[in-house]
Unconditional design. Structure first.
Lengths: 117, 150
């Protein structure tokens, strides 16, 4: 269960970043100059809803709380360091030692941690 | 950064032989060195991006792209499909040439949009289609990228 919850959170953050990008007039203008069309922008909301409905309610609440504080509530862990606050994560972290997809929060900044790749 | 620097033998496929838009996306993703979970998530994200508007920019080109947490640096791939595939391109014609561009949400170097722009510009180079059709090796492709950006 936890594995898919972390992946869902990562997916949600990606979708929210995409939403922010396509709401930025200047960025969309750049895309359009390159030849890309955004003719169904509004359906991003459906995709976001689809993901949030699958999330554990408490976890989603925590995600929203973190979103109030940080632009990106999820932060990558690299070499045992949270790249949100750049403080080392605990040595026993399964995310770090076993490459497991588990929900872990940074002890220092509280962000939800993930591994890229 | 020059486009040529981003490509190598491992992320180029000159004889793609799959049918369908999803299969093209999966084949492109497979050219990136990513784990299975990352590939799965990237596929979902690229599909969501395609749903907002096709990245088939016409004249035989498609440039699927997105930002995703599953990568920690800019990743690119190129594939040529000799027969062409329906990619819902803006001109309604099949796409033969595919560039995949994926970047993390935050990059220190901020290459994502400039690289996307360079690839889009490359696709507009005069006579580029006939040159891409006649490519025989990966080195030919790299040379073409080099010449086009010179």
């Amino acid at each position: 269960m936890q594995e898919s919850q972390l992946r869902l959170l990562m997916f949600l953050q990606d979708l929210l970043s995409l939403k922010k990008e396509i709401q930025d007039f200047q960025v969309v203008e750049k895309y359009e100059e390159m030849g890309f069309a955004f003719d169904r922008k509004e359906i991003i909301e459906d995709s976001i809803k689809e993901v949030t409905e699958k999330l554990d309610k408490e976890l989603y609440k925590r995600f929203l709380q973190l979103s109030q504080k940080y632009d990106r509530p999820l932060a990558p862990v690299k070499n045992g360091v949270c790249y949100g606050c750049f403080v080392s994560t605990p040595k026993g972290s399964k995310l770090v030692t076993q490459y497991k997809d588990v929900i872990e929060f940074c002890n220092h900044c509280g962000r939800i941690l993930y591994r890229a790749g | 950064m020059e486009l040529k620097e981003l490509f190598s033998e491992s992320n180029i496929e000159l004889n793609l032989d799959v049918d369908g838009k999803d299969e093209i996306l999966l084949a492109l993703i497979n050219l990136l060195k990513l784990g299975d979970k990352a590939k799965e998530m990237l596929f979902k994200m690229l599909k969501k991006r395609e749903n907002l508007g096709s990245t088939g920019i016409g004249k035989g080109f498609a440039i699927p792209h997105c930002r995703s947490l599953v990568v920690d640096k800019l990743n690119v791939a190129f594939a040529r499909h000799p027969n062409g595939v329906d990619f819902n391109s803006i001109d309604g014609k099949p796409a033969h040439f595919f560039f995949l561009i994926v970047a993390p949400p935050v990059e220190i170097s901020n290459f994502y949009l400039p690289v996307l722009g360079k690839v889009a510009q490359f696709c507009k180079t005069p006579e580029i289609v006939s040159k891409l059709v006649s490519l025989k090796t990966v080195d030919d492709f790299l040379e073409l990228l080099d010449k086009a950006s010179a």
